[in-house]
Design a protein around this ligand. Structure first.
Ligand SMILES: C[S@@+](CC[C@H](N)C(=O)[O-])C[C@H]1O[C@@H](n2cnc3c(N)ncnc32)[C@H](O)[C@@H]1O
Length: 221
């Protein structure tokens, strides 16, 4: 992947005007949507794998991992950590499996993030780090609720993430996440950055196309 991807186009010029109302609604209600069976099964497989590897090891989640290239790199450079990559696209995961060999401390699974986060919360998981690397931006103003900070799962995402790291090539996405976090009293560091070594396929592609890259990190105190 390299080269000529287009920057995010949006009619939004700043933080969405409904962000505060949407986040406030989600922080004050419990999301009740039923869990999909295939996500329940994926979570059972994840639990089993974690039990076999050692439940005392810290867990890092690569949420929306695409091919899993980032999960693989994170696991290789952090052998004392269990890295789990999840993505809803079987096609992307298969492309990754064909391209690189996973280290023993990494697992890739097809699953949907919001269901997995809820299952983790219900089971008492606390992720040492949760990576949201280049989530789909959903740049139309009407798509706010599809961005993770505008989604009803936000309180659960925060509850299971000791440290959250979001990267995007759309500054408004990270600004909105920072604004949502501020509403919960959680502090965030937001910065533009230039990776020496791209961590994921999309980071590689966006950097090669000359996009500005943004990173938000937020850890529980
Ligand atoms: C723009 S790609 C980024 C992939 C990878 N993180 C990277 O940086 O190369 C976004 C990925 O998120 C996945 N995705 C989107 N919504 C998801 C969801 N609700 N649950 C799991 N994966 C999701 C897509 O299938 C896609 O692979």
């Amino acid at each position: 992947m390299s080269g000529n991807s287009r920057s995010v186009l949006s009619s939004q010029t700043g933080v969405h005007q409904s962000l505060e109302a949407v986040v406030s609604r989600h922080l004050n209600s419990q999301w009740q949507q039923p869990l999909a069976d295939h996500n329940v099964e994926a979570f059972a497989a994840m639990k089993n794998w974690r039990r076999q590897r050692g439940e005392s090891m810290p867990v890092w989640l690569d949420s929306g991992c695409g091919t899993g290239y980032s999960s693989c790199q994170l696991a290789r450079s952090n052998p004392d950590v269990l890295v789990i990559g999840i993505d809803q696209s079987a096609h992307r995961l298969l492309r990754g499996h064909a391209r690189f060999e996973l280290p023993v401390n990494a697992l890739l699974l097809r699953a949907e993030c919001a269901d997995i986060w809820r299952l983790m919360a219900a089971d008492g998981w606390m992720l040492e780090r949760n990576f949201l690397l280049y989530p789909n931006p959903w740049p139309k103003p009407g798509h706010l609720s599809r961005r993770w900070h505008g989604h009803p799962v936000l309180p659960t995402l925060l509850a299971i993430s000791q440290c959250l790291e979001l990267r995007s090539n759309w500054s408004i996405y990270v600004e909105e996440m920072a604004a949502a976090l501020a509403m919960t009293g959680r502090r965030a560091l937001l910065e533009q950055f230039h990776p020496d070594q791209p961590i994921s396929d999309f980071e590689d592609k966006y950097q090669a196309s000359g996009h500005a890259l943004w990173r938000l990190t937020s850890c529980m105190i």
